[in-house]
Design a protein around this ligand. Structure first.
Ligand code: SF4
Length: 433
């Protein structure tokens, strides 16, 4: 067992100040959505990877992210009943559970995770970044709602790079399809100066987020870049990129983490602060949301800290140097969409994970293979083998699901984790002898 110092807030979940701010921001957004029809505000349903938040905000349109609704429902114990409703309607067990959770929520009155009704969409905006399920998901919603649909087709990075032609193809669609659709829904003209202001704020927040994620290169790491990381990415991956709220949140978060680095302290966990970092890991794949704290505790009880993760890049791969650029507004939105993690081919993903293992000096890496998500899970066994070969460090494989509690087997996961940590220990002993 690892040493954890309870903070003042324990046994309640321990939190940084920035986390309280993050919670207020997210629940404030749900409140705003609930009141939007009365206030005459319009919204756009769209997905996290490839989201065009700054462009929507430049038209005063509110983003609604169905995956965020699903994961929040999972964390609040609501997803089981929603999935069951969708399955009763005939959606198969194999369908992504985010989709079934969303369908079940809609059937239950479209009441969002905070208990307030979400508005019907004024536009379904599909920015297609590598996941075929997104397409099917919005086909289902299109049958339910009397609203227009716009699609941005983002070419897959099959050769592991973004060409000028790919960028130009996306920009052309923004100009000829997406912006006109947003003008029609909002009744406002495209204002590029306003978009530039929003993008400039995005870049500032992105700089601070990258600094925070890279702080995990310190020993001990002041953050957990997977379980803690999902809180850090919340504002920038949802409705706040480009806002002053996001700039302030990331500035405050960075200040808190700078202080932790200065004091040589470990990450804040729900039970307190981790005092002895025993294992440094890289994790590939999304987390399980229905047993999120229990899952995290299985790591922290062993003194395992996640120093880098791919999931925290799903709404933007900023640590490769990409920033939204106010000087090239549409081009940089196109590059953002093209660079999404779900749009990367397998060799690029392998290189990224192997680089994380080296750069963050990890003891090894773990794959959490979620049953629902083909975008992440396809090819993960190949990734496991390749990253082990390249880095010489042990890889582990666990299985769970996003928001379907039937696929979270605590005993199995714990057993696999214990075996994995034994493997890391053996490797260390061999290295020391
Ligand atoms: S399959 Fe994966 S990437 Fe696609 S919608 Fe479901 S969770 Fe998201």
């Amino acid at each position: 067992m690892s040493r954890i110092t309870p903070t003042e807030a324990a046994p309640q979940a321990a939190k940084d100040h920035s986390q309280e701010r993050q919670k207020r921001m997210i629940s404030g957004h749900y409140d705003r959505l609930a009141e939007s029809e009365e206030r005459g505000e319009k919204n756009v349903y769209t997905f996290v990877p490839g989201n065009l938040t700054e462009l929507l905000l430049s038209f005063d349109l509110l983003p609604v992210l169905p995956e965020i609704n699903a994961l929040q429902s999972g964390m609040r114990g609501l997803s089981k009943q929603y999935i069951s409703l969708a399955e009763k309607e005939g959606h198969s067990e194999d369908v992504c559970t985010y989709v079934k959770c969303d369908i079940g929520m809609m059937r239950s009155g479209n009441v969002g995770p905070t208990g307030k009704r979400l508005p019907d969409p004024n536009l379904l905006l599909l920015s297609y970044t590598g996941c075929f399920t997104f397409l099917k998901w919005f086909e289902l919603l299109r049958e339910e709602y009397d609203c227009p649909v716009a699609m941005l087709h983002v070419p897959y990075q099959a050769d592991g790079c973004i060409t000028d032609e790919m960028r130009a193809y996306v920009v052309r669609q923004l100009e000829t399809e997406i912006i006109p659709a947003l003008e029609r829904v909002s009744g406002k003209a495209y204002d590029e100066d306003r978009l530039r202001e929003l993008l400039a704020r995005s870049a500032r927040a992105e700089d601070d987020l990258v600094w925070v994620l890279e702080s995990a290169k310190n020993r001990p790491s002041p953050i957990d870049a997977y379980f803690g990381g999902v809180y850090y990415i919340g504002p920038i991956f949802t409705a706040f990129r480009g806002t002053e709220d996001a700039v302030e949140y990331y500035r405050e978060l960075r200040g808190e983490i700078e202080e932790r680095v200065r004091l040589g302290r470990g990450p804040i966990l729900p039970e307190g602060e981790l005092d002895d970092e025993r294992y440094r890991l890289v994790v590939e794949g999304p987390p399980n949301w229905t047993s999120f704290r229990r899952f995290w505790k299985m790591f922290s009880d062993e003194g395992a800290v996640v120093v880098a993760s791919t999931y925290t890049k799903v709404g933007g791969v900023y640590d490769d140097g990409f920033r939204h650029d106010p000087e090239r507004p549409l081009e940089s939105l196109a590059e953002y969409c093209l660079g999404c993690y779900t749009n990367l081919n397998l060799p690029s993903r392998v290189s990224k994970i192997a680089r994380y293992v080296e750069d963050y000096d990890a003891d090894g890496f773990l794959i959490n293979s979620v049953k629902s998500c083909n975008s992440f899970s396809a090819g993960q066994l190949m990734i496991l083998r390749e990253v082990e070969n390249r880095t010489g460090r042990p890889g582990g494989f666990i299985e769970s699901d996003l928001v379907d509690p039937r696929y979270f087997s605590a005993a199995n996961i714990k057993n696999r984790l214990e075996s994995y940590f034994q493997m890391v220990e053996q490797k260390r002993r061999r290295g020391a002898s």
